[in-house]
Design a protein around this ligand. Structure first.
Ligand code: G6P
Length: 606
């Protein structure tokens, strides 16, 4: 979604800002812009990719201070004037803003009555005008910002620079901002990995924070004028930018990274002797675990599918009722929260606004929430204050692949830990732990021998729609496969639990309709076999994901074998062919695989 990058220091800011925007590109956006201070402000904005912006920048663009932005439209169409930065009426203040100003219409009308002329249709532009107005009333820049923020309702990650003052100001309320401290230079970014090539020393801003920056000082305060110490965190190396290397796209690279990123997730977290997990973040006594009334898991998109798998595992292994919820629905459906229950908030980015709101709602009602998050120091990780990092490393393709597998792995370890504190035997625990240890190796085995993926691609790429079916633990995998193909290849896809197929989706089937079945060798395999026959009888063409050497292996028109795997762990294998089919179908259709249209990696609005 929107991204902010800022710089002040001894170097020329323009190349640093453009490079910062390029690193934020993966978050998804529709236009970008840059403002440099060089006696006056030079501002350039352009719809499209960062290269489009680059193409209109003069070769020599001077200025040691600047701010830049990638926009994902909320208020106002995708046009050059609506792109950020936004300049104030008299040209003294320029701002970039992420989030939504909910009372912008009222503020805009008030400003118009005072004679202010607007240059864009955005909600954000009001901020630059109010900030300038407050500055003209003899306030210091920081005080002017405080007074401005007190008039705003909504969310913001905000960065401002001033023609007559050598400071850069930042404010956060709901949209992430991270400050990087270099040697005599200061950076601002919406995410840590865009900062990591410049500095490892960062400050994660909290909601309500205001930062006043100079080239060598970071001063923290809040909207009420209280100041507090600057809390510097040193970033871990894994957040350094991942280059494409030998791969043509990040999506394919990240599919291939799954064995290694899974090792990062499970290393040191499996107790093979006791058949237990070793996730420090669970922090509940065996007595508390034994009294758990239920478990709820929240997420959006891919994270929700991982949550569904986690829910099924916890319920079947630990014998506690467990339900996954779509985070955006949870908050508005007036949930009953039991403070004794276990809650998980699952998110790759750790910034998804829907998930963040849902977890705050649970906390407000006395519940406690564990995070299952990839981005270290992200809003969800910090708001939860406990839980587990999934350690996928940066995931840059918009369509999530390696983070899904790591979320499932982390939730599997959690499930075993909860289950071992309750009724699961040591032997059964050991069996699953040993199985989990093998998964990275099995993924390597599958990636070396992928089966007829391109035949499957030929079948789905021109289809009107594709139906994905699976039962039990494979039902959420079917949903994940459908989401992936829809996200990157824009093919309408439907996912259903296989048993439900006969209650509706069967009406879609006609001669040649592609149906993808996910059927590992588990206790519901025979039921799925019947569903395959029912689809076949209506002329459907079956793409079957099955275990190697299994007796179901020739039931499909196209049969894709995965290595034999423990029943509880099959999603980490069965999802692989689905990821590959999506990737190759998108390529065959000429789609922008890593940056699918309209989508954003990190959705920071509700
Ligand atoms: C967006 C992305 C999805 C992603 C979802 C949740 O909608 O397009 O691919 O699964 O957000 O993201 P999160 O960062 O919370 O896992």
């Amino acid at each position: 979604m929107c991204g902010i990058f800022g710089y002040m220091g001894p170097k020329q800011a323009a190349p640093i800002l453009v490079e910062g925007l390029r690193r934020l590109e993966y978050r998804g956006y529709d236009s970008s812009g840059i403002a440099l201070k060089n006696g006056d402000f030079s501002i350039y904005k352009k719809t499209g990719k960062v290269v489009e912006l680059q193409s209109i920048l003069p070769e020599k663009l001077h200025g040691n201070v600047g701010i830049a932005h990638t926009r994902w439209a909320t208020h106002g169409g995708v046009t050059d004037p609506n792109a950020h930065p936004h300049l104030s009426e008299n040209g003294k203040v320029v701002i970039v803003h992420n989030g939504i100003i909910e009372n912008s219409r009222t503020l805009r009308n008030l400003l118009k009555k005072k004679g202010v002329v607007f240059n864009s249709e955005t909600d954000s532009e009001v901020i630059s005008h109010i900030l300038e107005y407050e500055l003209n009333r003899d306030n210091s820049p920081t005080d002017a910002l405080r007074r401005t923020l007190s008039k705003l309702v909504g969310t913001w990650g905000l960065c401002a620079i001033f023609l007559d003052h050598d400071v850069m100001l930042c404010a956060r309320n709901g949209s992430p901002l991270i400050i990087g401290q270099g040697d005599g230079e200061t950076f601002v970014s919406s995410d840590p990995h865009a900062l990591s090539t410049h500095t490892q020393r960062v400050v994660f801003m909290d909601d309500g924070d205001i930062a006043t920056l100079t080239t060598d000082q970071i001063t923290m305060s809040n909207i009420h004028g209280d100041s507090f110490d600057t809390d510097i965190t040193v970033l871990e190396e894994e957040w350094e930018e991942a280059e494409l290397g030998e791969f043509e796209h990040y999506m394919l690279k990240e599919i291939y990274e799954q064995p290694d990123s899974l090792r990062q997730c499970i290393n040191g977290r499996l107790d093979r002797v006791r058949g237990n997990g070793r996730l420090g973040g669970l922090n509940l006594t065996p007595l508390e675990l034994s009294k758990l009334p239920h478990v709820r898991l929240l997420g959006c998109g891919t994270a929700y599918h991982a949550a569904e798998i986690g829910g099924l595992l916890i319920e079947s292994l630990a014998r506690v009722p467990s339900v996954a919820h779509i985070a955006s629905e949870f908050r508005t459906n007036e949930p009953v929260v039991n403070p004794n229950a276990l809650h998980f908030a699952i998110s790759q980015s750790g910034e998804t606004a829907d998930t963040l709101s849902a977890l705050k709602e649970i906390q407000l009602k006395g519940g406690s929430v564990h995070g299952v998050v990839n981005v270290v120091g992200s809003s969800i990780a910090r708001q939860c204050g406990k839980g587990v990092y999934i350690h996928s490393g940066p995931e840059q393709a918009v369509a999530s692949t390696k983070a899904f597998s790591n979320m499932v792995a982390a939730l599997t370890i959690f499930s075993i830990q909860v289950a071992r504190s309750r009724s699961l035997s040591k032997e059964k625990g050991k069996e699953i732990i040993n199985g989990l240890q093998q998964i990275p190796h099995l993924i390597e085995e599958y990636l070396a021998n992928q089966g007829p993926i391109m035949e499957a691609v030929d079948l789905v790429k021109d289809a009107k729609s594709v139906l994905f079916l699976g039962r039990g633990i494979s039902a959420p995998v079917a949903k994940e496969g459908a989401l992936k193909l829809m996200e990157v290849a824009y093919i309408p896809c439907l996912a259903y639990p296989a048993g439900e197929m006969k209650h509706g989706p069967i009406a879609l089937l006609e001669e040649g309709s592609p149906v993808i079945f996910i059927v590992p060798n588990d206790h519901v395999k025979e039921k799925s076999r019947s569903a395959i026959h029912e689809c076949r009888a209506r002329g459907a063409k079956i793409i079957l994901i099955h275990e190697q050497g299994d007796d179901i292996s020739d039931e499909g028109d196209i049969n894709i074998a995965i290595p034999k795997v423990n029943n509880y762990l099959s999603p980490m294998l069965t999802v692989l062919p689905l990821q590959l089919i999506s990737y190759h179908a998108a390529l065959a259709l000429g789609c922008d695989v890593d940056r699918p249209r309209n989508l954003a990696k990190s959705v920071t609005v509700e």
